[in-house]
Design a protein around this ligand. Sequence first.
Ligand code: NAD
Length: 548
Amino acid sequence: MDRSVALPGPDEVRGARCLNDPLFNKGTAFTRDERLRLGIEGLLPPRVESLNEQAARVLVNVRGKTSPLEKYLYLSALRAGNETLFCRVVLDQLEEMLPIIYTPTVGEACLEWNRIYERPRGLYISAAQHRGRIAQLLRNWPGRRVGIIVVTDGGRVLGLGDLGANGMGIPVGKLSLYTLCAGVRPELCLPVTLDVGTDNEPLRCDPLYLGERERRMTAEPWDALLEEFLAATQTVFPGVIVQFEDFNTACAFRLLQRYRDRLCCFNDDVQGTGAMGLAGLYTAGRITGRKLSGQRILFVGAGEACLGIGNIVVAAMQREGWSEAEAKQRCLFLDSQGLVITSRKDLPEHKRRFAQDRGALPDLSAVIENFKPTALIGASGKGGLFTESVLRAMARLNERPLVFALSNPTSKAECTAEQAYAWTEGRAVFASGSPFDPVPFGGRVHAPGQGNNSFVFPGVGLGLLISGSRRVTDEMFFAAAQALAARVSEADLERGRIFPVAARMREVAVQVAAAVAAVAYAQDHATRPRPLDLRAEAARVMYEPQYA
Ligand code: NAD
């Protein structure tokens, strides 16, 4: 399975087409010779610029925009014209740019997608129009050597609910991170939105909405559509990796269950988040001195993210000596209907496996007093659930309470960084899904880390690519979690940071990729000859935004 890419050189594209093709375009960086040879003399201003000079201009323009959404739009337009320049600018200022091209701004972009839409990016597959012809649609994609597909049906976009076809911002954003953070070549990336309708009525009735104006498809027809789509991906792009993203909970677990042993696929919200959460718990343990098996974790939310963390944490606690039943006793889940307990009749299978035999309690504060958690992990999509009394109770029960407010975007975070530190007298070990600025408190500056699966999935994808893995396994995510945790330095921990800084994303991705590929070889899922040095191989194949 060869997922590498052989592109025609710029010489094979001539005339104005060179300037319209984002993968070949160099804009003002085309040399005089190239302009002559390609027949584009006069189509550009006379001065020839370097990539760095171009990047400097872009940066001034981005910084001149007043709102994050304007910056997002400017960068999207730049990308449509010149992929290399876009990648150069973002990669060189990763810390500054990630919040623009990813969370939180991508959430705003999805909410506004039908209003801000300007030009095509990604593949829209409509259940109403394209059922029975999905392979044909995939063949319409201009790239022939796709390596990774990120697909959503817009069912649960971040913590923003059902956004239908507006969800396209998510696969586009995730694949940007593949290229920027793990160096997966842009032409290997295919963002897909399955338009199965939407139950978001205001959106459906919005005259500018661009998707099908139908209620969301469910049950058997939805399953049949997914079956057709996934079969088509393997026919058109054999062995392609498929990442499921932002499906609603029931669909997400069903998909994973059905396809994980049939193709090279994974669910980032469940498995990627799981590995990130476990890594956070491991590094937090270096601050608190408490092993994972000593934690009592209260999950606020029992959806993809929390259950994903719960699954991998239980497996990791078993490695530290607990039985499965004992490990599960240390993980308690609270969802919108109350505690996940055996007396509840409404629990689907993926929640039922965590149901504890205990009584119901009225609210989060009562659960904290009763369960006495050492760690509070929120992925509920409900902003502000970690109130002052909740965090003060955590601080009373623990010298260093672990507080992860993982919901995205920022408006949905269970608490802000400032609240986490203020209401625990600066003792919280805090991480959040969307970034927060450093917080001065008690004579120190706390620089919280971003607990986001973006530290995991790009490296996982790269590891799958370099090994040519046929499957994605739980052991790979465990290895990814360990690799991520190992990248957090003592200096990070001193600042209260349990995840690396964004600027080190590529370094993290190399380690994660090597760890994942090693598992692929060990478990006999790899189809490529094993390189001597997996880290060196991961670093070698990374795309570097430079002009040819
Ligand atoms: P989901 O819809 O599968 O689950 C949400 C869960 O929260 C459900 O179990 C729901 O019952 C529960 N919930 C809702 N209101 C509640 C309340 N008041 N009290 C307790 N529980 C409540 O969604 P998900 O995929 O798990 O995502 C949830 C959030 O986590 C989203 O905001 C998403 O953006 C975020 N997330 C973050 C990351 C990350 O890397 N930081 C990764 C995945 C998801």
